[in-house]
Design a protein around this ligand. Structure first.
Ligand code: UDP
Ligand code: MG
Length: 345
């Protein structure tokens, strides 16, 4: 036992990324683009300048065309020809913002990855501040909206309502007023990529991962040009994905109903029996009332049991990694064992 040194424990190197370290650029930027042809030239020049400010020439800017109906793809090709470091990715159809970002994250090779909207609502110049925060040792630095310029009252109201409902229901605390604008370390990106669920609510998934996360406040600008690609339908789909992926509360409704039903049934039963004994009832009413009560409560209880199992099935099919290990420390003399690995199934 005397061989255990009292020295500083050694922090093991963080997880080896799937791509060998140093094989990619210092920075990747993932920008989903849906009908952004007008904005792209300005976005690319501002974004490239911001990348150069923090990473010199060691960056890649992935422009993911999410099945745009306008000339976005032609514009992306032109930008890729004009600027080195710009990479165009053309998806087969419009899969939606979350999947466009997911596709970009899988392709990104950088040591750090920035997710940013291509419509210039998220200021590219904030990258400097996000990088500085990450230098302090954070895995995720997300942009939190201090203000939102020129967004419709409807958008503000629905967004506010949604975040309230979600944070009330979600088992994972999900920060408010936060979109997908964020800088992530390679380790955080690998973790996110390891989560294979189909219905992807990225900001919730990143919150679920844990690790060291922090925020930088910013003012959200108005759209540079064009109009929002988030139709009401897409917004509802995103909100549903957020609530159903992060809360099994709706499923537990049957439990509440079964409990309330049982309480009411008990009172009713007493009333029925007293009525039967005192003879203040029409013939046949007692058995009828008891049957209704019995089957009504019985059904709610069965639904509650099914809800509990369906909730479990839902968690299992998501097949998320069970947990992530941030670091392992040991004394210098200890036998080297395998480094920390992500636990995956
Ligand atoms: N976007 C996308 N696919 C879509 C809708 C939007 O890739 O189906 C992109 C869009 O080009 C933008 C970002 O996702 O870069 C955010 O979308 P948008 O600005 O339309 O949403 P809002 O800011 O109004 O919520
Ligand atoms: Mg926008």
């Amino acid at each position: 036992m005397s061989s255990i040194a009292r020295g500083e424990p050694i922090a093991l190197r963080p997880l080896a990324p799937q791509s060998a370290p140093g094989s990619g650029p210092a920075l990747s930027v993932v920008a989903p683009c849906y009908n952004e042809e007008e904005t792209l030239p300005v976005f690319v020049s501002r974004m490239v300048a911001a990348c150069q400010a923090v990473a010199g020439d060691s960056f890649e800017l992935l422009l993911v065309n999410d099945g745009s109906r306008d000339g976005t793809w032609a514009q992306i090709e032109a930008q890729a020809a004009q600027h080195s470091g710009v990479v165009g990715v053309n998806l087969a159809r419009n899969y939606g913002h979350q999947l466009a970002v997911t596709a970009g994250l899988k392709l990104a090779r950088g040591d750090r990855v920035l997710i940013i909207d291509a419509d210039l609502q998220d200021p590219p110049e904030l990258l400097t501040e996000l990088s500085a925060r990450m230098d302090e040792g954070f895995d995720v630095v997300y942009g939190q909206r201090r203000t939102r310029a020129k967004e419709s009252a409807f958008k503000l109201l629905t967004a506010n309502l949604f975040y309230r409902v979600l944070s009330g229901m979600s088992e994972t605390p999900i920060p408010r007023n936060v979109g997908d604008f964020r800088l992530m370390s390679r380790r955080a990106v690998e973790r996110l990529n390891a989560m294979g669920e189909q219905d992807r609510f990225l900001r919730g998934m990143v919150a679920w991962m844990g690790g060291r996360q922090t925020q930088v406040l910013y003012d959200r600008d108005a759209r540079y040009a064009g109009e929002t690609g988030y139709t009401l339908r897409k917004m509802i789909r995103l909100a549903t994905a957020g609530i159903t992926s992060f809360s099994t509360l709706p499923l537990k409704l049957a439990v509440v109903l079964a409990g309330a039903g049982a309480a009411i049934a008990f009172g009713l039963l007493l009333y029925v029996i007293v009525g039967f004994i005192t003879g203040h009832v029409a013939p046949g009413w007692t058995s009828l009332a008891m049957m209704i009560v019995f089957f009504g409560v019985g059904q709610f209880m069965c639904l509650a049991v099914m809800g509990a199992y369906i909730g479990r099935i839902f968690l299992e099919v998501k097949a998320r990694p069970l947990y992530f290990v941030d670091e392992v420390v040991r004394t210098p003399e200890a036998e080297p064992v395998n480094g920390p690995r992500e636990v995956q199934r």
